[in-house]
Design a protein around this ligand. Structure first.
Ligand code: GLU
Length: 473
């Protein structure tokens, strides 16, 4: 049978990194086996599911470029189907209506707890006589879990797991209002969608034996299971908002590339030797569910930052550009009329870990700045800088060619003529034309700023110096 995996999020919030990693592993397993990947929205919890959360999940999946072959399916659209199977199970005597009141169940629970027993349904309604069944009365439907024997499955991550049926009770599969419950809908969907491998968080591992029993009752093929350990924060506690961003889209907002996030997530719980960087094609080629780590992994933002920078440095500009554009727009910067961004990215990626930082460092080449950065201005835009700035401006404005070579010559000639060191020309000039104290080599900086902008900014710097001198007198 060909491989078919699924990602089945409940839309109760954003797509968090744990979910995204589960989605990635399922997606990779499908791709690695020429299989299919299904997206299913488990929205039966009407109180907690929201359309915004569905959108957020879809946005996250699209941003990560985790495409699906089927879906998104919505469980709320499949209620008729669930009802059909519930009726079938009741007819076959594999499920039954239960009329036990909340009070009875509460009392039962208390009694069991007092006797130090595991709280479980005692099966009172399992064998009701026909005349005692009045379906007009409030009732739930329970699945008849086998009383004897045990359930064994081989989890690809955790190994073989056996649970005795005596540990499991008769699970409610339909509530009083007729709505189906999670453990039931998952099975019907995995069966109908012909899922062959279920990869999900290990918070679901206790559900698996119950689900397997339902598969058996339906005579349906049981998928393979892989339960992935949770992600911890860098303090060893369960990853939560306290640790910073946990929503995938927050990573976009913070300036990460989806390629870097995917690379980061794939390594968070899986490894291939000591290789750290994996293109998507390599992930597909090398990923193997059997190599998923048994132990939980801890989130490490520094490593994500490092990876992001590696991708900024090495990805073709065409792959970075769409993501950079998003940040440029947010920052109100247009590339139009400015230097070729393809030249700037490799240069600035040396110093930027995120797209947000990259945008800030390229800002002076595409848009005007209001003020010189205070610290840089205080240090470099002083009275002594006046003469070099005036002279270099003169030489720059006389240039007919705005090439790195010509620019370097103009700066060197200024330093020579005034018999001062290069830095005495270079630093004020750098602050003048960029507004900040840091930029690549001056010839490139000037080239990218452009002649008109450079000259007018030098004027602005001279004005700044004049004002400063006036204020001091
Ligand atoms: N809807 C469940 C969740 O979001 C996942 C169920 C499953 O993968 O089987 O936790």
């Amino acid at each position: 049978m060909s491989v078919k995996t699924r990602f089945a999020p409940s839309p109760t919030g954003y797509l968090h990194v744990g979910g995204a990693r589960t989605a990635l592993y399922s997606w990779l397993h499908a791709k690695a086996n020429n299989g299919q990947f299904v997206l299913r929205i488990e929205d039966t919890d009407l109180e907690r599911s929201t359309p915004e959360a569905v959108e957020a999940i879809l946005d996250g999946m699209k941003w990560l470029n985790l495409d699906w072959n089927e879906g998104p399916y919505y469980q709320t659209k499949r209620f008729d189907r669930y009802k059909e199977v519930i009726n079938q199970l009741v007819e076959q005597g594999k499920a039954y209506p239960c009329f036990c009141s909340r009070e009875r169940l509460d009392d039962l629970r208390e009694e069991q707890m007092a006797n130090k027993e595991k709280p479980r349904y005692d099966g009172k309604c399992r064998h009701l006589a026909k005349e005692d069944i009045d379906l007009t009365k409030d009732h739930v439907i329970r699945f008849k879990n086998p009383k004897d024997g045990s359930v064994t499955f081989r989890d690809v991550v955790k190994g073989e797991i056996t649970i005795s049926n005596s540990e499991l009770d008769d699970l409610i599969i339909a509530r009083t209002d007729g709505s189906p419950t999670y453990n039931f809908t998952v099975v019907i969907d995995d069966m109908d969608m012909q899922i062959t491998q279920v990869i999900r968080g290990d918070d679901h591992i206790n559900n698996t034996p119950r689900q397997i029993n339902i598969f058996k009752a339906l005579d349906a093929p049981i998928p393979d299971y892989g339960h992935v350990p949770m992600i911890l924060g860098d303090d060893g506690k369960k990853l939560s908002k306290r640790h910073g961003a946990v929503s995938v889209m927050q990573y976009r907002d913070d300036g990460y590339l989806p390629q870097a996030v995917l690379n980061y997530l794939v390594r968070l719980g899986w490894s291939h030797g000591d290789q750290e960087i994996f293109s998507i094609d390599e992930m597909i080629e090398l990923f193997d569910v059997n190599d998923i780590n048994k132990a939980p992994s801890a989130f490490n933002t520094q490593k994500l930052n490092w990876l992001n920078q590696q991708y900024l440095k090495t990805l073709p500009v065409s792959e970075i550009l769409p993501h950079l554009q998003w940040h440029l727009e947010k920052a109100g910067i247009s590339l139009e009329g400015g230097p070729d961004i393809g030249e700037l990215i490799p240069e600035f990626a040396e110093r930027a870990q995120t797209l947000k930082e990259l945008v800030e460092s390229i800002r002076p080449y595409y848009s005007e700045f209001e003020e010189f950065e205070a610290k840089a201005a205080k240090k470099h835009l002083r009275g002594v800088a006046k003469e070099p700035l005036v002279l270099v401006k003169e030489k720059l404005s006389a240039l007919t060619e705005w090439s790195p070579e010509a620019l370097n010559n103009a700066i060197n000639a200024t330093a020579e003529q005034l018999e001062i060191g290069m830095g005495k020309v270079g630093m004020p000039l750098r602050v003048a034309v960029t507004g900040i104290g840091m930029s690549p080599s001056l010839d490139l900086t000037l080239k990218w700023v452009g002649k008109d902008r450079a000259l007018s900014r030098i004027n602005k710097a001279l004005e700044f110096i004049a004002e400063r001198e006036q204020a001091q007198n």
